[in-house]
Design a protein around this ligand. Structure first.
Ligand code: PRX
Length: 692
């Protein structure tokens, strides 16, 4: 058994009752107990007794089965879904070892199903059609809407019929560039209903980024809206799409249809720029289509969606997820990690433009028949109490968000939280980056009134669903630790040689065997899939994250170990920002590193060398930042531009980022060995320009 398994056995002898409560009280009172790792926060006995997994023992029982008999474990769960034809004799087949040939992962192959059917029709047919599927809350307080499961199904069918009408068939790509209107999950579901492959592009990406994605997956249709108001700002999405479509057409990829939802709250239809023949108003066509639409039955291994994400090298990667395994995995992780009950009202603040919005706004919750809050606005608009106003309004019981939001609201003060009741809350969740213990405690004590366990879910676009997460009724928690693996997941920590390390340790986080929700390839580039994820440590999937495991077997994620930075839970490749910067005519060279940021987790710190003779100026600084905004999106704008007469390079010309990271974080006495640099004097020049 691995170390954490041994540990779980010892957990069963932990005391119950009074001992737990007094330890909990000590934490609530803010006493710091020994070290961070020793802090244990127990779920209340009343929470645990009603939980799906009420104890470490129950977890152990389920976890051991999932590892010893993955086929049996996952088939039992998969049997709860609707399959037109059951999968073949082999529940899964995999090769994660590059030395043994191509990487391959398949689950439920031969099984014929449809995820949209399982999200909607299945619930309507079993008599739950009148249950609320979505509560929608607009940017402006007071603007809201809702859809029951039956209504949602009709809307999805109308759009699906329209898409079929304009020629979308099974396997065709559709790009969705929408804000958090209900039309966004509707569009995702309409695609999956007819076997089309959706690719949602976060509506904060720039025209250039959108064009790049259009050129990569060549959709026949792009779905967007004319504009959206977020906080006090109006964003003209259609203009961005127009620019992207022009650029992709110039590069030989023409899109036939741009289906545009008229979001009249933000912008009048008449003011929207229009290209006859290509652009069409959603409201003019979709509602005229029949509200029933036949399902396109697909194989479990048929693609469901593509989602582009950043890597350590230039071009974004099209992460491809397939149908059956993703369906079973997102539904199961949602159910257990949030201890989901049919009476829950669930709100995840993520945008559907990211994986969290795919797996845990749309598919996971709907597969469970949950009631989901979809929020269009900004969490601090019109004031810092907005989230709790929404929680009280819809009686939200499960609230899932990112540490960056927790930290930014924490700064605004407890009064914004305390003026709302929040008594409906039962479970809290965190995702996107490590949650620092002080933010964890504030979330737990202030937002959750010390009642609600926090599921700190560690996962990635690639993993489809949670890999390491607390099960809220089972485990005592440690603030800042994602705790233990989900069923079927075998995380290992390896050293730089790829050797597994046992016990208390830190190193690179890998996974040893496949799980149903794993991505199957990078779109159009299986070789990059193999080299990026399976070559560094042969035999394993490498996550790109560092991790340590404490003496009790708890996992502590320590952040990316590659050239990816995590800004407000958004994943950004340093290479992407660098290539945007060097596209500026006055920039000769750029090197980007992440630095600790109080609210965003990491901030973007860019060292920039200018073309010979160009003087530093405030104006140029702004113009460099604008270039990044235009090429990637506002969320990738550097927080700091550091003028660099030269960059620290080895004699072979490799930039030494280690040194740049130290300069950026002002750890000047930890620069380490600079003697291998081609020109060690650049370091002093950089330090001298630190505050320029
Ligand atoms: O570094 C990890 C961090 O986010 C990365 C994945 O980013 P992305 O694919 O955009 O997906 C974000 C939502 C799942 C990981 O490699 N990360 C995500 N969740 C956590 C986390 N780091 C620590 N703790 C987490 N709970």
């Amino acid at each position: 058994t691995s170390d954490h398994l041994r540990h779980v056995d010892s957990m069963s002898i932990l005391p119950s009752g009074a001992g737990r409560i007094s330890k909990l009280n000590a934490l609530i009172l803010g006493d710091s107990l020994a070290s961070e790792e020793d802090d244990l926060i127990f779920p209340s006995p009343s929470f645990s007794s009603q939980a799906l997994v009420p104890s470490p023992q129950k977890y152990m029982e389920m976890y051991s089965r999932s590892i010893k008999d993955p086929a049996g474990f996952w088939s039992d769960i998969a049997s709860d879904f609707y399959w037109k034809t059951r999968w073949g004799p082999q529940v899964y087949s995999e090769n994660l070892d590059i030395r043994k040939g191509n990487i391959k992962i398949e689950w439920f192959k031969g099984g014929i199903t449809n995820i949209c059917y399982n999200c909607l029709d299945r619930h309507v047919e079993s008599g739950n059609g009148d249950k609320v599927a979505f509560f929608w809350e607009g940017n402006e307080p007071g603007f809201d809407a809702m859809l029951t499961y039956s209504q949602l199904l009709s809307r999805v069918c109308q759009l699906a019929n329209y898409l079929k009408d304009v020629g979308i068939c099974k396997g065709d790509a559709v790009i969705i560039y929408l804000p958090m209107l209900m039309e966004l999950p509707i569009a995702m579901l309409a695609c999956s209903r007819i076997g089309a492959v959706h690719s949602v592009v976060f509506a904060g990406f720039s025209a250039e980024s959108l064009a790049q994605r259009i050129m990569d997956c060549k959709p026949k249709v792009v779905i967007t809206c004319n504009a959206v108001q977020r906080g006090s700002k109006i964003i003209y999405l259609k203009d961005i799409v127009d620019a992207a479509l022009t650029e992709s057409a110039e590069n030989g990829v023409a899109v036939d249809v741009c289906l545009t939802y008229a979001n009249e709250l933000a912008m009048k239809k008449e003011s929207t720029k229009w290209k006859e023949g290509r652009d069409i108003w959603w409201q003019d066509v979709v509602p005229n289509h029949p509200s029933a639409c036949d399902i396109e039955w697909v194989d479990a291994e048929d693609p469901l969606f593509l989602l582009y994400t950043s890597g350590s090298t230039g071009k974004p990667k099209g992460v491809l997820h397939t149908t059956g395994g993703y369906m079973v995995y997102t539904a199961t992780t949602f159910k257990y990690a949030f201890d989901y009950k049919p009476s829950d009202v669930y709100w995840c603040t993520a945008d559907c433009g990211w994986i969290t919005g795919h797996s845990y706004v749309t598919y996971g919750p709907l597969l469970n028949g949950a009631t989901v809050v979809v929020f269009e606005g900004a969490p601090n608009y019109p004031n810092a109490g907005r989230c709790w106003e929404i929680v009280d309004k819809f009686k939200v019981s499960i609230f899932y968000t990112a540490p960056t939001l927790v930290r930014s609201l924490m700064r605004e003060g407890d009064q914004h939280v305390k003026r709302y009741s929040r008594k409906s809350l039962r479970v809290l969740g965190s995702v996107g980056e490590p949650i620092n213990p002080s933010a964890w405690r504030w979330f737990f004590n202030v937002v959750g009134d010390s009642r609600c366990p926090i599921s700190d879910t560690w996962w990635q676009t690639e993993t489809g669903g949670f890999l390491i997460t607390p099960l809220p009724g089972a485990w005592p928690q440690k603030p800042g630790s994602a705790t233990f693996p989900f069923f079927g997941v075998q995380p290992v920590i390896v050293d730089e040689k790829g050797v597994e390390i046992e016990g208390e340790c830190s190193g690179y986080l890998c996974v040893k065997a496949s799980w149903p929700g794993a991505f199957r390839t990078l779109y159009g580039d299986h070789e990059r899939y193999e080299t990026t994820y399976f070559s560094a440590f042969p035999g394993y999937y490498f996550s790109g994250d560092g991790c340590s495991r404490d003496k009790d077997g708890y996992h502590w994620l320590t952040g990316r170990v590659d050239d990816v930075i995590n800004v407000s839970g958004h994943r950004i490749g340093t290479a992407e920002v660098e290539s945007a910067l060097v596209s500026h005519p006055q920039c000769a060279e750029a090197a980007v590193v992440g630095v600790e940021h109080e609210v965003k987790g990491q901030g973007i710190y860019a060292f920039v060398s200018l073309v010979e003779g160009v003087p530093y100026s405030e104006e140029l600084r702004k113009s460099l930042i604008t270039t990044v905004r235009n090429q990637i999106g506002a969320f990738a704008a550097p927080d700091k531009i550091h003028w660099a007469p030269g960059l620290p390079k080895t004699r072979s010309g490799k930039i030494m980022r280690r040194i740049l990271r130290k300069i950026a974080s002002r750890q000047l006495n930890e620069l380490g060995d600079t003697s291998t640099l081609a020109d060690p004097s650049v370091v002093d020049q950089l330090i001298a320009l630190s505050d320029a």
